[in-house]
Design a protein around this ligand. Sequence first.
Ligand code: THU
Length: 160
Amino acid sequence: MQEIKITTTLTCYDNIEELPQNIQELMQHAVEARKKAYAPYSKFKVGAALFLENGVVVTGSNQENAAYPSGLCAERVAIFHAGAQYPNVKIQQIAITATSDNHINKTPIPPCGACRQSIAEYEMRQEKAIEIYFMGAEGKIMKSDSLKDLLPLIFDKSYL
Ligand code: THU
């Protein structure tokens, strides 16, 4: 028997001004996307902005539905849009921001498990790490250098 420890390293920025200029701009795109969320049920609005290697920024926001599971998270709206419109263009970075209408979230809000799995698929498909930056409404921002740092023991096509 053997114990296995899995560790991960993230970078934490104190505020948006501390981010590199290009990422500040990407996060601003995510903030604008967040304002377009359709979240009448949860009142929780999420925005995601992807920077593609061709310089295009693709954004998404969560889109809810009266039949709750029919809705989709912001991150998947964005990456599926990128996959549909730019299938052979690599994603370099993703910026995510989320907040409730009921209170201002000031801690970094990471992507949910289903979104991590979806981002993992794209990272493996493009064979290049995707940097992920996530924040609440404002305040600290966390960064992972790769989706792999957010999802240990990824299920992927090698198991099929
Ligand atoms: N949501 C996202 O858009 N991304 C996540 O990673 C977590 C959750 C959305 C789904 C739903 O519309 C609302 O936030 C509350 O869960």
